[in-house]
Design a protein around this ligand. Structure first.
Ligand SMILES: [Zn+2]
Length: 376
C-alpha cells in the first residue's frame, strides 16, 4: 500500500509497525490478541484459502443488513435494505432473551455508529442501546463516565454519525463494571470509516486498537467473579470488503467479495481448535442461535427462519454428534462429554460479545482480502 492507493504518509513506519515476512508474524503484529489467544485457545473461521468459508446470507453487504442478520439470525432484504436510522421491525436475539420467562440477566448494546440503537428498537425491546454521541445515563455516574459523556459532546465530530471507537468502548466498560450484564454487545466502527476515507495507516491502527480492546475486555472479564471462567467472547464483522488496491475502501452489492466475513470464538465451551481448516461453511445468520446456545437457549427452535448454532464451537455441539440433536445435549452433556463439568457451562455461561466493522489486511495478505478476514 502506498500514498496513491492508501494515503500512506510514512511507508517505512507502517512497515515497521505491521509488516513481517512471515504470514503468522504479520497477523500477530497487527492483531496479537486475536492470533496469540483466540487463534490458539479458541476458534477462528473464514480463511477460504484453508477451506474455511464464512459469509453473509443477505445480498446487501453493508452495515444495517449485516447487523440485522447477525442479531436476528436471518436476512431481511425486503425490509432491511438501507442504512437509514429506522427501527428494526425484527426482534434481535437480545430482545428474545430478555423476553424469555426464565431469563433474568441484564443485556446491553453499545455502538459507535448511531444507527446501532435502531437495530435493537429500544422503544419496543426496552433494551439498553447506547450509540453514537448519545451520553450514557441511567447508571451511577462515575468521574470516568462523566468525562466520556463530556468528550462525546465536545470532541470534534469528525464523522457526524459516530465518535471514535475509544469513546464508546470505554463507555461500555463503565457499564460492564456497574451492571455486570449477562450479554454485552459492542459495535465499533472506525475501521470502516477510515477505509471509506482511503486512509490505510489509520485503518490498520484502528484494527490494532480493536485487538487491544478485545484483550482489555477479556482481561476485565477474567478479573470479575461474575465472568471469570464462564464467559465467551464472539468477534465478527457486519460485512467484508473488496480487494486491494482500490476496492478495499468499499463494500456492497457491486463488490461481490464483500459477502465474505470471519468469526472468532473464545471461551470455556469452545474447544481450542484455533484457525479452522477444511470444514463446512458458516454464515452470519448462525451467530444469533450460537449466542443463545452459549446461554443454554434454543433460539433456532423458536425462530425457525434463523440459522442453526455453529456446533463446532459448543461442547454441546460435540456431544450433539454423539446424541444426534442439540436439545439432547442440554441434559446429557456432562455425562457424555470428556470435558466433564465444562460441558454444563453450555447451559449457564454468561458471556460478552464484542464486534467491529470489517477489517481486512489488504497489502500484507492479499488472498485474504477476498474473505474480509481479520487474519492479517
Ligand atoms: Zn462501510
Amino acid at each position: 500500500m502506498n500514498k496513491q492507493n492508501g494515503k500512506v504518509q510514512d511507508i517505512a513506519a507502517l512497515k515497521k509497525a505491521y509488516w513481517r515476512e512471515d504470514v503468522q508474524a504479520r497477523r500477530e503484529a497487527l492483531m496479537p490478541f486475536l492470533w496469540q489467544v483466540v487463534g490458539k485457545q479458541g476458534q477462528i473461521f473464514g480463511n477460504r484459502d484453508k477451506g474455511s468459508d464464512a459469509y453473509v446470507t443477505n445480498h446487501m453487504f453493508f452495515s444495517y443488513p449485516g447487523y440485522n442478520e447477525t442479531l436476528t439470525g436471518f436476512a431481511d432484504d425486503a425490509r432491511i435494505n438501507s442504512n437509514d436510522k429506522k427501527p428494526n421491525p425484527n426482534v434481535t436475539v437480545l430482545e428474545w432473551l430478555k423476553n424469555r420467562p426464565d431469563f433474568h440477566g441484564d443485556l446491553a448494546a453499545f455502538g459507535a455508529w448511531d444507527v446501532i440503537a435502531s437495530v435493537f428498537t429500544p422503544e419496543r425491546s426496552h433494551l439498553t442501546a447506547n450509540a453514537g454521541y448519545d451520553p450514557l445515563t441511567g447508571i451511577p455516574m462515575t468521574p470516568k463516565l462523566e468525562m466520556l459523556n463530556t468528550l462525546k459532546a465536545e470532541l470534534p465530530h469528525v464523522w457526524g454519525d459516530e465518535p471514535f471507537d475509544a469513546i464508546q468502548f470505554y463507555t461500555a466498560v463503565e457499564y460492564m463494571k456497574a451492571n455486570k450484564p449477562t450479554v454485552l454487545y459492542i459495535s465499533l466502527g472506525e475501521t470502516d470509516d477510515w477505509a471509506h476515507g482511503g486512509q490505510y495507516t489509520e485503518y490498520l491502527d484502528s484494527a490494532h486498537r480493536v485487538d487491544a480492546y478485545l484483550k482489555a475486555i477479556w482481561d476485565l472479564a477474567q478479573s470479575m467473579p461474575e465472568y471469570q471462567g464462564n464467559t465467551t467472547l464472539i468477534f465478527s464483522p457486519d460485512h467484508g470488503r473488496g480487494k486491494a488496491p482500490h476496492k478495499w475502501k468499499s463494500h456492497g452489492g457491486k463488490i461481490p467479495d464483500s459477502r465474505y466475513i470471519w468469526m472468532g470464538f473464545l471461551g470455556p465451551d469452545t474447544q481450542p481448535l484455533g484457525e479452522r481448516t477444511k470444514i463446512s461453511a458458516v454464515t452470519q445468520s448462525q451467530i444469533a442461535a450460537t449466542l443463545a446456545a452459549f446461554l443454554g437457549e434454543d433460539y433456532a427452535a423458536d425462530v425457525p427462519e434463523a440459522g442453526k448454532p455453529i456446533a463446532d464451537v459448543l461442547f454441546c455441539g460435540l456431544n450433539s454428534r454423539v446424541q444426534g440433536s442439540f436439545g439432547a445435549c442440554q441434559s446429557g452433556a456432562a455425562a457424555l462429554s470428556p470435558f466433564g463439568a465444562r460441558a454444563r457451562l453450555c447451559a449457564c455461561g454468561s458471556w460478552a460479545l464484542a464486534r467491529m466493522s470489517p477489517f481486512s489486511d489488504l497489502t500484507f495478505h492479499p488472498r485474504l482480502i477476498h474473505t474480509g478476514v481479520t487474519l492479517g
